[in-house]
Design a protein around this ligand. Sequence first.
Ligand code: ZN
Length: 407
Amino acid sequence: MIECIEQEVCRLCGADDFHPVINMGQMPPANGFRDTDSDDERYFPLEVVVCGSCSLVQLKHTVSREFLFSDYPYFSADSGSSPHFESYAEMLRDRYLDDGDLVVDVGSNDGGLLACLDDDVGRLGIDPAENTAEAAEDRGITTVTEFFDGETAESVRETHGSADVLCANNVVAHIDDLHGFLTGVDELLAEDGVVVIEVPYLLDLVTETQLSTIYHEHISYFSIESLTNLLGKRDLVLTDIERLDRHGGSVRVHARRSSAADGESRQVTNLRALERSSRLNHPDTLDRFRARAERKRQTLRDLVIDLADGNRVVGYGASAKGNVLLNYCDLGPEHLEYIVDAMSAKQGTYSPGQNVPVRAPEAFRDSHPDYALVLAWNYADAIRDQETDFVDDGGDFVLPTPMADIR
Ligand code: ZN
């Protein structure tokens, strides 16, 4: 199996015109929690570049998905009746769905979104991970366990008909073969259907210096400009955009075939203008991003090293994002005693690269550390609400972002 290939040309437009964005060096896979702290671990280059021709920001290397996703210990944090999926489903019903329509969710995970829709519409998930597909089937969501491409889409269309709504949430950014995905969309989408895609938003990544969004699984980092170029390859046009604060800042774009679209919303026009005025792809903007990244790295590293001298410091939240930060800042078990995480599959493992042991929340409550570095800072408020005893006992939280600080 080839584990890592260097990309010679742009995944979207094929141009040989890459410019550097940031090079994070050699990194282990960010979700590669390990059962022991001694077995061999693979490191791969993590370098982000921008295509000068179509403006797609992307990784310079592709680590094979079989390597990254085999035995993937992740269930959607949104399983059950999450408010996010409830409001998403409500939006689909209000804007697009009639009785008998078919909704297809690409990268459906355990069926969290589809389960929020009533069965007066057809609901079909597509997801290659067998364990999560089983969980979806258990809640009544039919799931095709394949990677999504032209072939899968054709067989789905023959069996279930065309999709009136095709959703892809936090999946397009993970796809190396963008053209395979587009072929699938083109194959499966009804003539008057709508595609709804959620991706982390490049403008938020750059303006807020969100380094920890960058890891091998996230291959593309989309702007409205590059999404427009992507969808345009199959004559799909943006009709609307919502900005969401998920994953540090995401966009949910709505698109239709140009023959079925009647113009773009004011939100689309406004975001295009904002990207132009922010000079998002300009070398000066990216140089400043790199400089901020270095400052962020140094500030967090200095603070944690300082605190760990004479205090007990732990990490909170064994997240992929957190692993990126620990590896980028080179913070390990000599600085963090352990990382606490509520997910039982991660407890007893060691974090990739730095080998910090992962423990259950009870360990945190029993051991009274002095500082907790919040590695899942997108859940910082929830963690604070949950761990009032820690603060009452004199403990302090350290937030790594936007700049490391005790808060
Ligand atoms: Zn390109």
